[in-house]
Design a protein around this ligand. Sequence first.
Ligand SMILES: O=C(O)CCC(=O)C(=O)O
Length: 268
Amino acid sequence: MSQPTIELTSDQIEFYHREGYLVIPDIATSHEIERMRGIYDDLFARRVGREEGNQFDLAGTDEDDKEAALPQILAPSRYAPELKQVQFATNALAIARQLLGSNASAMGDHAILKPPFHGAATPWHQDEAYWSPDWHYNSFSMWLPLQDATLDNGCLQFVPGSHRLEVLPHHSIGNNPKIHGLEVDEADVDRAVACPISAGTCTVHHNRTLHYAGPNNSPVPRRAYILGFGIAGVRRTTPRSFPWNDAKQTPRQERAKQAELAAPSTLE
Ligand SMILES: O=C(O)CCC(=O)C(=O)O
């Protein structure tokens, strides 16, 4: 494995813990970004993972014959293992250990594409709202755009300090349980900070930080490759529930179920 080419300053570490997000320049070279863009476009073009529920429309009803409003791939490195070897991944893990401690580890990757002119907004949400309510989390997402990310094409926006909130009530986009994506019911986003960044820079946000990305009004695709890092979750002793997830009935879940049923059992 390669050595990291980046180290956070104590000011950057302090900013992340205070504000719940951080902008990190120079995490990947233009050469690497160009290479990743080729891999990324190929994965979406081939619709990898569609049958097992790993490629779907985050913001729409995800029908096979309908153009996706916000295509997403879970675990793209499963389909393109070369993504695990990029210098960005080495740098990201080193940063995770600075922000969370030496026992921080990788918790998966995903990709969200906003197609030119019609890529939908990613509504205000907290990532933890998607997860099991049974655990305490201490994690973050590292968001790497594979071209410049601007207000016009859907850069990320954050509410500073919102990582100190509890998980707020969420609902499925459009109150439609067939849609995978979540939106917070209500939140004060007046103080939100938009983070337009150039290719090679990334942002980091805590699992409870409220964040949003606008629609893509530009003629180029807005590609984001996202890595998750965290320390092992501790089971909660005080129960909580996320009813917005219990209510879900997405085509993606159905495809995942069918793929599992069709898979040969490892016990036989
Ligand atoms: O890329 C986007 O539009 C949203 C990204 C996001 O919500 C995340 O990385 O947690």
